[in-house]
Design a protein around this ligand. Structure first.
Ligand code: ATP
Length: 314
């Protein structure tokens, strides 16, 4: 039954085991329609298994999954047709030419000869392969193969595009190209669900993220919200014109200060809670007769948070 939804993917309590190995455990996921949603986790976290559950290629042991408003994910062929999928390191038939591959996929999707030719042409343009369209895939670089993989995921004009580690094995130039294509895919109004173990890829490409580790959800939210949370740093470094006992006492007296490390005229102030304490620090120092020459808020990125999460410290 079709249910109107703001979520392209909605999973509740999803679990999947392979014998004694639990790949996904009581996992919840919400992917807002129209967003580029990062699915971040280290190797073996359960990303590919979750994707296969979404696609209906695997059956969950427990939990429910709704994709594009339909119960059961891509199990139903009508739903599956609306999902574009690029597997991790797609294995493309080397014997074919890029254009041929896309036209064959078009045929599978039931497009007329003219439509599949137009679709292949448009997609080759989108992924920047027009000038190599009639070369064999065997002669494509890794980056070109990956871009062709992205194009094949778009053949059926999908509403939802699922990309499993699209930048795996690419050099920085290849990564930038893939990032540009993902932006284009998103600007066409499609929802993109992108799995990655690369923080900066998710940070630069996605508007939302769900972090998974050992099959369980660690954190979720919009990238700006997460970054905002992180920018409420708990470490402030100030450089003073000169240090005095009064300044030291004033800083130690601030109720949010947990610890201060002095290194010459530089103080590293560790706060007990997160928040923006720059004004309080500045006022305390000037009230004690001091002068601030420099102030730096420790900006943690998603990378640091991610490492903390997977070490189980956050
Ligand atoms: P990677 O980025 O390395 O591909 P991942 O996050 O995609 O990792 P999964 O491939 O989902 O992780 O694997 C999660 C866990 O499930 C791993 O311990 C893996 O060995 C196990 N697993 C996955 N598929 C199977 C299977 N068919 N049979 C047995 N174990 C499996």
């Amino acid at each position: 039954m079709m249910v109107m939804t703001d979520f392209a993917i909605e999973a509740v309590g999803l679990s999947k085991s392979f014998g004694r190995i639990t790949a996904v455990a009581n996992f919840d996921l919400k992917v807002v329609t129209g967003t580029v949603h990062g699915f971040l986790g280290p190797n073996g976290a359960g990303k590919t298994t979750t994707i296969k559950l979404i696609l209906g290629l695997l059956k969950p042991n427990a939990g429910s999954i709704r994709v594009l408003g339909f119960e059961g994910g891509g199990k139903k062929i009508d739903v599956r047709r609306k999902i574009g999928y690029m597997p991790e390191l797609p294995k493309l038939p080397f014997i074919l030419k890029g254009r041929e591959l896309l036209e064959i996929y078009g045929e599978i999707y039931g497009l007329s000869k003219k439509d599949r030719s137009n679709s292949a042409k448009r997609l080759l343009e989108l992924v920047g392969l027009s000038d190599r369209a009639d070369d064999r895939i065997a002669h494509y670089s890794k980056g070109m193969q990956q871009r062709l993989g992205l194009a094949q995921a778009l053949v059926g004009d999908p509403e939802l595009v699922i990309l499993d580690e699209p930048s795996l094995g690419l050099d920085p130039v290849g990564m930038v190209e893939v990032r540009g294509i993902i932006k284009k895919i998103s600007s066409e109004g499609r929802t993109v669900f992108l799995s990655s173990h690369l923080l900066h890829e998710v940070q630069q490409t996605c508007s939302h993220v769900t972090v998974i580790n050992r099959g369980a959800k660690m954190i979720e939210g919009s990238i700006p919200t997460l970054l905002e949370k992180l920018s409420e740093s708990n470490k402030i470094t100030v450089e003073l014109e000169k240090v005095s006992d009064d300044i030291m006492k004033a800083l130690e007296g601030l109720n949010f200060v947990e610890d201060i490390k002095w290194e010459g005229k530089r103080a590293e102030i560790l706060c007990s809670t997160t928040g923006d304490f720059r004004a309080d620090v500045s006022r305390a120092i000037s009230d004690a007769g001091g002068l601030i020459i420099g102030m730096k808020v420790d900006e943690r990125g998603l990378e640091e948070l991610f490492l903390e999460l997977i070490k189980g410290r956050a």
